[in-house]
Design a protein around this ligand. Structure first.
Ligand SMILES: C[S@@+](CC[C@H](N)C(=O)[O-])C[C@H]1O[C@@H](n2cnc3c(N)ncnc32)[C@H](O)[C@@H]1O
Length: 356
């Protein structure tokens, strides 16, 4: 076989990149352990600490903590002071790693990645034979991971920015409206929106029993269960017609087995004057525009979770990156007469508004 001259610089650059990714994969696994054991939170609320002090406070093994903290400091997740061998979280690191209410909080990302890693044997099987890994196989941890990834964002954006960007609907929610959310997960969006609109009534639908149970408990704890109900119902089987002023589906239509039927079902539930707010990943429909760090996260999450949970049900397997034009065509096909993108800038979501 004729030898091909390799570009040494390109080879070295790719080797470095794979090395960075290798370290990143191990960092994610160790950060997951730190998150689950509460080490980031403990450090965020305490003074700079040596590994012995962290271990003492957390009741954990010092030798493991020393190696863990060294990894985290090398990753930039902790600050290290060589003068007294202490580690600490800066306010920025605390915001990303310890403060669940921060829109930049990323603890759920570690949980999500590890939940996906646990499914590698089944995913490999699906690469060979098709099909997919059902949502429930990912276990309750994926429900919590998704909730933790998106909750702070929904609390900050939906009632304050996204709904006010549709003024007639915003006014109706203020006066008292009927609102639905499909694929509502554990209520991470619906409950804060309900708290912001005390005169309105809310209905959350999801097929996943764990999510619905968690959402109901949270609604009770938040004191809104009298006007926020959650039902284990598939989006394609919504039991009502012409009822909602606002329907919402965030970051979930692409996960569904029959997304087009779900959109048609949502359309039927709206009052003729109602509106549907729908978010999808903030990405282009063209692969070549997404060849960047965010794109690889999206396509990776798609292959390991979003697409496979749909294919597991014999579904369409849309994948997480659907883009605006495909969303528009799907909305039209489902019976919506108007479709537009909201003029709202968001790091993760593109938000569409469709009307009957
Ligand atoms: C990625 S999660 C998003 C949850 C939530 N909307 C969020 O953004 O945090 C997708 C959700 O869609 C739900 N789902 C999937 N297929 C569904 C269907 N046909 N009807 C209703 N919910 C569905 C899943 O159970 C899951 O809770």
């Amino acid at each position: 076989m004729a030898s091909i001259a390799l570009d040494r610089e390109k080879t070295a650059a790719l080797t470095r990149q794979v090395g960075v990714d290798f370290g990143a994969a191990l960092t994610v696994a160790l950060a997951y352990i730190g998150d689950r054991l509460g080490i980031f939170k403990l450090m965020a609320s305490g003074p700079p600490m040596t590994s012995s002090q962290i271990a003492g406070r957390a009741g954990l093994n010092e030798r493991y903590i020393r190696e863990w903290a060294a990894t985290m400091a090398a990753a930039g997740y902790l600050d290290y002071n060589p003068v007294d061998a202490t580690f600490r979280l800066t306010p920025e690191q605390a915001g990303v790693l310890a403060n669940e209410g921060n829109t930049f909080f990323m603890g759920g990302a570690f949980q999500y990645a590890v939940a996906c890693y646990r499914q590698i044997p089944k995913l490999t099987e699906a690469f060979n034979h098709g099909g997919g890994v059902p949502f429930t196989d990912f276990g309750p941890e994926i429900v919590e991971a998704i909730e933790r990834l998106f909750r702070a964002g929904y609390e900050t954006w939906v009632a304050q920015e996204w709904i006010p960007a549709v003024p007639d609907i915003h006014q109706r929610l203020t006066a008292g409206a009927e609102v639905a959310e499909v694929g509502c997960g554990a209520g991470q969006c619906l409950i804060p929106v309900a708290i912001a609109s005390p005169k309105s009534r809310f209905h959350g639908y999801d097929v996943d029993a764990t999510s619905i149970e968690r959402a109901r408990e949270k609604a009770q704890r938040a004191g809104v269960a009298d006007r926020v109900n959650f039902e284990q119902v598939a989006g394609e089987d919504l039991p009502v017609r012409d009822r909602f002023d606002l329907a919402m589906a965030f970051n979930c239509i692409h996960d569904m087995a029959r997304p087009r039927q779900v959109l048609a079902s949502v359309c039927r539930t709206l009052k003729p004057t109602g509106a549907f707010l729908w978010s999808e990943a903030n990405a282009s429909e063209r692969l070549e525009d997404n060849l960047n760090p965010q794109g690889r996260t999206l396509y990776g999450a798609s292959a390991m979770h979003c697409m496979t949970v749909s294919l597991a049900q014999g579904g369409e397997g849309l994948g997480v990156v659907i883009g605006k034009e495909q969303a528009r065509q799907m909305a039209r096909g489902a019976g919506f007469r108007s479709f537009a993108e909201l003029p709202v800038k968001n790091p993760y979501h593109r938000i569409f508004v469709a009307r009957r």
